[in-house]
Design a protein around this ligand. Structure first.
Ligand code: DAH
Length: 357
């Protein structure tokens, strides 16, 4: 019995894990274990022998069982310690910075412009970036020989020999969305169309892809006065100033008659733009009363309806509002630039909540 005790207490002490311990338990005190076998031998003993051997075997069994229980507890403590050691988490480490991803200034300004015009009852319309030259030019009263076609530095899509489909272009402005929206909705209509446009041009203030927002309002009684008011409200809201001074300069666009380019009064102090005061004028958009031929192309009766349109560079007004010096950086995907000029993703621009916080 002493041998058994030595053997099993030693084995228990040396067990490396709970599975090994279970094997030892079965071999020692399991139903077919060595202690059980010894118990069975009691039957062959004399009553005197049994009187000492019985209690001794029970004591041995108890001793082994309590050694097993103690070892089991020790092993599970060790396992827990090991888990705590390996799954350790330093809760004092700084959390991830919130400004990991930011909203690009073009997206931010598009949202701001949309919020302002939505407040004046305009909805947002979209059109394809690859469009036919009819939508991009002809329907806008820019016929084939018109100099505006050449001035636009248009990207034409490749056409295979014998392909008779109308020529497609990367749209050079958002104005074709005017035609598509008139066709789709008829009059009256009040929309803005933001989106990317393309021209073959590249320097500090020009990139081959940039963004515009078109505006269009058509009804039975719309005049230049409405255009003026809408643009004034827009400029005040966008630049977040109470007073603005707009200058409507006579101009020419094929799709409007009369046409006006719009400047805002401003000053430059230490390179920072101040809108609403000063002696400088800054051109921000082109506009006018929609040409009757354009209404016709959109399927709207020019004897019954008239309206205004305007087109503005989103990247350009983003540069002005947020003091961004080089347009090309908008499209470089430089993370440092994006972190510097980007906007927090949860700050949706709204008129009541503030456009740009
Ligand atoms: N489409 C013109 C451009 O890309 C901008 C423009 C001027 C749009 C006058 C208009 C407008 O709707 O009325 O330069």
């Amino acid at each position: 019995m002493d041998d058994l005790k030595q053997k099993y207490l030693g084995a228990i002490a040396g067990a490396g894990n709970e599975a090994a311990l279970e094997d030892i338990r079965l071999a020692a005190v399991g139903k077919k274990g060595e202690v059980a076998l010894k118990m069975r031998e009691l039957g062959k003993m004399t009553p005197e022998e049994r009187q000492t051997a019985g209690p001794a075997l029970n004591a041995l069994k108890d001793e082994i069982n309590s050694a097993l229980a103690a070892k089991k507890a020790a092993l599970s403590d060790a396992a827990l310690d090991e888990r705590l050691r390996t799954e350790w988490l330093d809760v004092t480490l700084p959390g991830r910075e919130r400004r990991q991803g930011t909203i690009h200034p073009v997206s931010q300004v598009t949202e701001e412009v949309s919020a302002i015009f939505a407040d004046m009852g305009f909805s947002v319309a979209e059109g394809p970036r690859i469009d036919t030259d009819w939508y991009n030019f002809d329907a806008l009263n820019i016929p084939g020989h018109h100099p505006a076609r050449a001035e636009m530095d248009t990207f034409y899509m490749h056409r295979a020999e014998g392909d008779n489909r109308p020529p497609h272009v990367l749209r050079t402005h958002t104005s074709p969305v005017q035609i598509r929206s008139m066709e789709a909705q008829g009059a009256p209509i009040r929309i803005i169309c933001p989106g990317g446009v393309y021209r073959a041009d590249y320097d500090q203030t020009h990139t081959p892809m940039f963004h515009q927002v078109e505006g269009l309002a058509i009804d039975t009684d719309i005049s230049m006065a409405n255009l003026k008011w809408v643009l004034e409200e827009f400029v005040k809201a966008f630049f977040e100033v109470d007073n603005v001074d707009l200058r409507f300069r006579a101009s020419h666009f094929p799709f409007t008659e009369p046409s006006a380019e719009v400047d805002i009064r401003c000053s430059w102090q230490d390179g920072a733009l101040k809108v609403g005061e000063g002696d400088d004028w800054l051109e921000i958009l082109g506009s006018g009363m929609v040409h009757p031929r354009v209404l016709q192309a959109g399927g709207i009766d020019p004897d019954k309806y008239q309206g205004f349109a305007f087109g503005m560079g989103i990247d350009r007004i983003a540069m002005l509002k947020y003091g961004i010096p080089d347009l090309r950086a908008f499209f470089d995907s430089d993370l440092r630039w994006l972190r510097h000029y980007g906007f927090a993703s949860l700050d949706q621009p709204t008129l009541h909540g503030g456009l740009s916080r």
